[in-house]
Design a protein around this ligand. Structure first.
Ligand SMILES: Cc1ncc(COP(=O)(O)O)c(C=O)c1O
Length: 359
């Protein structure tokens, strides 16, 4: 079947250079060659994430590391700040692991405010809080800088951030913000195929993990860290070697583009799609929280999103329907990784033609 260009919020279009790196011949993972590769990738990720914290790689998708984060750091009780489906998932992960956790769920389309976070943390009930930076189901991007001020006042709380659909496209200054665990997946703004995830882990999170009796096995954060820090950039089991080669290549490209230029490109694409959405439909999220990597559009014309996508498919494009309860009520256009404004111009031109809505 002919390839359809992906404008969905992950997996994203993966360019040929990255795909080629995925087919690099294998090496043994208990070798100096592997350690070298993992160290290189970690150092580049530290640059991208503005952190000196160690980086954990995981041969799983991001959900695995979300599980690691909440399970390995909650000694008392976690509070999950949810603004949509992926925030809710983090709470379900806690429940599935028997981790005591409460959830505050914001109305979909809204972001989480500093006041809400303060209200919960000041109860003294919680030693972990999770925030979804970029909620892919609603197109909401939370304001981490505003929330960081609250977390600074509550140093007893380990702050975990899901940056799965933003890291690599949006600036996240992990150390300055004081994020203890920051998680992302390969298949979003890093521009890789799915199958690898990574997280930065602070000393505070590491100390907390040492107090937790049952951290599980595969996602035991202390085991993962031990292999990085004490065994010279190794992985407790077999790492995702192909993905790591591809990530090394992709990070070189990201750093060559320049971080500020990359973030500005994502912002520019987002602004372009947002202004189109406002002209022809409406934005689903409150605009001040609108995401720089995915735009969630309210289906104010009551079109059939399914039919639109079928017609787009015939022309070689794919967008996303709304997520869960938002299906057909919204649709989503992603603008992340290696897409450029002209790709979006082409896509939106096709949509206008199909819907007969003109420029
Ligand atoms: C915001 C967010 N969090 C978590 C996930 C889950 O990540 P993964 O599919 O890599 O496990 C996704 C996936 O789309 C996501 O968008």
């Amino acid at each position: 079947m002919a390839h359809k260009k992906l404008f969905i919020p992950g997996p994203v279009e993966v360019d040929e250079g990255v795909l080629k790196m995925m087919s690099t011949p294998m090496i043994g993972h208990r070798t100096a060659e592997w350690s070298d590769l993992q160290r290189r990738v970690s150092e580049k990720l530290q640059t991208l994430m503005y952190t000196s914290n160690p980086i954990i790689l995981s041969a799983s998708s991001g959900t695995g590391l979300l599980e690691m984060a909440i399970r390995c750091t909650t000694a008392k009780r976690a509070i999950v700040f949810s603004v949509g489906a992926f925030g809710n998932r983090w709470h379900a992960i806690a429940e599935g692991n028997g981790v005591p956790a409460d959830k505050y769920e914001e109305q979909w389309g809204e972001g989480i405010t500093a006041d809400i976070v303060e209200r919960y943390l000041s109860t003294g009930k919680y030693d972990v809080a999770t925030v979804t930076h970029n909620e892919t189901s609603t197109g909401v991007m939370n304001h981490l800088d505003e929330l960081a001020e609250v977390f600074r006042r509550h140093p007893e709380v380990v702050w975990c951030v899901d940056a799965v659909s933003s890291l690599g496209g949006v600036k996240i200054q992990v150390d300055e913000l004081g994020i203890d665990i920051c998680v992302t997946s390969s298949q979003k703004a890093l521009g890789l195929p799915p199958g690898l995830s990574l997280a930065s882990v602070s000393e505070k999170a590491k100390k907390r993990a040492a107090e937790i009796g049952n951290r599980g096995y595969y996602f035991d954060m202390l085991q993962l860290l031990k292999y990085v820090e004490e065994r010279n950039f190794q992985y407790p089991s077999t790492p995702a070697i192909s993905h790591t080669y591809a990530l090394d290549f992709s990070l070189d490209r990201i750093l060559t583009e320049g971080l500020e230029a990359r973030f500005a490109r994502h912002r520019g694409m987002a602004e372009y799609v947002r202004s189109w959405a406002k002209k022809h439909f409406a934005l689903f999220p409150r605009e001040e929280y609108a995401s720089d990597t995915v735009t969630c559009i309210s289906n104010t014309r009551a079109i059939s999103v399914k039919d639109l996508n079928n017609q787009l498919a015939e022309r070689g494009f794919t967008i996303s329907n709304g997520y869960g309860a938002l299906k057909e009520k919204t649709f989503r256009i992603a603008h992340m990784a290696e897409l450029r404004k002209n790709d979006l111009e082409e896509l939106l031109g096709q949509i206008e033609e199909i819907l007969g809505i003109g420029a």
